[in-house]
Design a protein around this ligand. Structure first.
Ligand code: GLU
Length: 431
């Protein structure tokens, strides 16, 4: 019997039916069977009393080859970059490895063909934690290419760890975007029965095909059931859980829309958004040589921690709450804080230094306490911003790439892509 065959295995304790999965080198004495539930189990070969072939492995059906375009349907480009959505379980380590090809991913979710004509291609196959500024530019150029071809929208499949950085980067880079660009990931690899990949992908495609929305957004599960997906704002979203399928939440904002998976219903939560048009996208890329740092304040901080960033072009300080950092000499144990203040002062003379809050929710208010007032006085920017630290970092890099230093200082706290909300609404906390 070979991998892919459907088999029935009888041991003393149980009878198990499922698909035979290739056994890894180090576990040749174990049979791995994928159950219909999507979970895999291992059975020691020596315990097997009987093994029957139920049906032989099917030849892979290439459902996407030679498919004619349906002129009545919109066209969506799916650009794959890797991540869990493109990965399979590695039965040797129990971990996941990036492996699926774009075609294989789509073969797993053939219903997407009923929503749109799909042009799918691989632009990278990587983990999102490894991404750098050039990857944002690469994705933006690929989107531009698709827009020129006249697609109705673009889906980017992406690892989830840094998906909110990418969505922020693309929101800034892609100016006057005429079609939606939706980032989609998965918290469970696509070969698992419990994977969220299919629903996220299909709901993103359905949303593109059936709405007039044209911004950069993220489409992921709203809750742990496979019920609804949220369309989340590109500059105001964050991964808030390490593993739940509903890990992506809007921060200081509401979601843009909800897509009900079973009923195929779109419900807009936000009224104002950019609409589809026939125009061109204008790329404002990120300077790939730019060095922007990010430093988190913490108790017992040392001034020397800043030294790594002396030759950088910009720095984000993830400070406390309303915009505080450890810069006061309160007693004889806090002398180091004076040195930190001096260091920050020096940095502010050399580069834009922008505050963001570790509190995540809420707005910086750097006039309330003297600590933040002192920081403002020496030139730390960010007063009244409610951007996430991640969006602050990306925006600073993007501004430094496209504007003069003085403009950067002004624009960092001006709303350009929905990254700073006008008002702090109470219903945008923990949603
Ligand atoms: N760490 C990987 C990434 O972000 C896998 C996580 C995921 O895709 O959910 O690409």
């Amino acid at each position: 019997m070979k991998a892919g065959d459907r088999i029935k295995v009888v041991t003393k304790e149980e009878t198990v039916e499922g698909i035979l999965v290739p056994s890894p080198e180090l576990e040749k004495d174990v049979l791995i069977i994928k159950l219909d539930s999507g979970y895999n189990i291992g059975i020691e070969k020596k315990k097997v009393k009987e093994m029957k072939l139920v049906s032989a492995a099917k030849e892979r059906r290439d459902v996407f080859a030679h498919v004619k375009k349906d002129k009545k349907l919109p066209t969506i480009a799916i650009l794959h970059t890797g991540g869990t959505i493109a990965s399979k379980a590695d039965y040797r380590t129990g971990g996941v490895i990036a492996k699926f090809t774009p075609k294989e991913i789509l073969e797993m979710f053939p219903e997407i063909r009923e929503i749109a004509n799909i042009d799918s291609r691989l632009i990278r196959n990587m983990w999102s934690e490894d991404m750098r500024f050039p990857h944002y530019n690469l994705m933006a150029k690929e989107v531009e290419r698709e827009v020129k071809k006249g697609v109705d929208g673009v889906i980017i499949t992406h690892g989830t760890d840094t998906m909110h950085y990418t969505s922020a980067a693309l929101s800034f880079i892609l100016e006057d975007l005429p079609v939606p660009v939706i980032l989609v990931g998965a918290q469970r690899s696509s070969d698992r029965g419990s994977s969220d990949a299919g629903e996220n992908l299909i709901d993103a495609a359905y949303f593109i095909a059936n709405s007039d929305f044209a911004e950069v957004a993220i489409c992921m599960h709203e809750n742990i059931e496979d019920k609804d997906c949220l369309i989340l704002p590109g500059t105001k979203t964050r991964k808030m859980h390490t593993s739940r399928r509903d890990a992506f939440r809007p921060i200081n904002a509401t979601a843009i829309a909800r897509v009900n998976h079973a009923e195929k219903k779109i419900c807009f939560i936000r009224k104002k958004y950019a609409k589809k048009s026939k125009g061109k996208v204008n790329l404002k890329l990120i300077d790939e040589k730019l060095k922007v740092g990010s430093i988190k304040t913490h108790p017992n901080m040392y001034a020397e921690e800043f030294s790594e960033y002396e030759k950088f072009d910009g720095l984000v300080i993830e400070g406390y709450a309303l915009g505080q950092a450890p810069v006061n000499k309160d007693d004889d144990l806090t002398n180091e804080n004076e040195r930190i203040l001096e260091k920050i002062k020096l940095f502010c003379r050399k580069m834009p230094v922008v505050m963001a809050s570790q509190a995540i929710y809420g707005r910086l208010q750097m006039n309330v306490y003297s600590t933040a007032r002192d920081l403002r006085e020496i030139g730390v920017l960010g007063h009244l911003s409610d951007m996430t630290p991640e969006t602050t970092f990306i925006k600073l890099a993007w501004l430094l790439s496209n504007y003069k230093k003085e403009e950067v200082k002004d624009l960092i706290t001006k709303n350009l892509r929905g990254e700073i909300s006008e008002r702090t609404e109470k219903e945008t906390f923990l949603v």
